[in-house]
Ligand binder design. Structure first.
Ligand SMILES: [Zn+2]
Length: 214
């Protein structure tokens, strides 16, 4: 009697890695449904899905979208605590050159660049590390640069009730560079202002400080 089988000793077997192991059942089911549709697109494009490089591309794309659009999911709002402005600081607080990546709503290709966020406090200030998180939350979804700029400045206004706030975003859009008008290197600049930033001197101070960070 032999106990020999074709199986390798357990420790030499290829581990079966579930690419969705990190997700709960509901999310897993959703990502699988997304993957089915991605696969259908690849098939319609006559791609050879037996190609090793395309195996699991459907599920990879589904996971990538989940990551890039995580700002849409409930519970992913940044936890932003504010602190009393005990020192009565009344100058400008600016966080400049914050890098971000987002996805254009129109074409689902990336746009990316830097944001510059500033506010002049009233009673409340915010931890500086929170400013990039606010940006990230609104960037991680299908987005328009104009809307992103407005959403970030609106968030600052609501959360901090500052004397004013200003956000400038400079970005390159791959939908402009790779397709359509094909203008590599073109930079789109948007700005949104609230409160005292409507006054020219404070806008000039913003631009002045921004210049110093370049
Ligand atoms: Zn686009």
């Amino acid at each position: 009697m032999s106990t020999k089988t074709d199986r390798l000793p357990t420790h030499l077997e290829e581990p079966v890695v579930d690419p969705l192991a990190a997700f709960d059942d509901k999310e897993k089911a959703r990502l699988k449904r997304v993957a089915v549709h991605v696969r259908a697109i690849l098939e319609e494009l006559d791609l050879d899905l037996e190609d090793p490089n395309l195996q699991n591309t459907d599920i990879r794309v589904a996971k990538m979208y989940a990551e890039m659009f995580h700002g849409l999911r409930e519970g992913n709002e940044p936890r932003v605590t504010t602190f009393p402005n005990d020192e009565g600081y009344s100058g400008m607080v600016m966080e400049a050159q914050i890098p971000f990546y987002s996805m254009c709503s129109h074409h689902l290709v990336p746009f990316y660049g830097h944001a510059h966020m500033a506010y002049v406090p009233n009673d409340q200030i915010v931890g500086l590390s929170k400013l990039p998180r606010i940006l990230e939350f609104y960037a991680k979804r299908p987005q328009l640069q104009e809307r992103l700029t407005e959403q970030v400045v609106t968030y600052l206004e609501r959360k901090l009730k500052p004397q004013g706030a200003m956000v400038v975003i400079e970005a390159r859009h791959l939908c402009v560079e790779m397709r359509g008008v094909k203008k590599p290197g073109a930079v789109t600049v948007t700005s949104a202002i609230r409160g005292i930033f409507h006054e020219r001197p404070i806008r000039e101070e913003f631009l002045d400080l921004l210049q110093k960070t370049r």
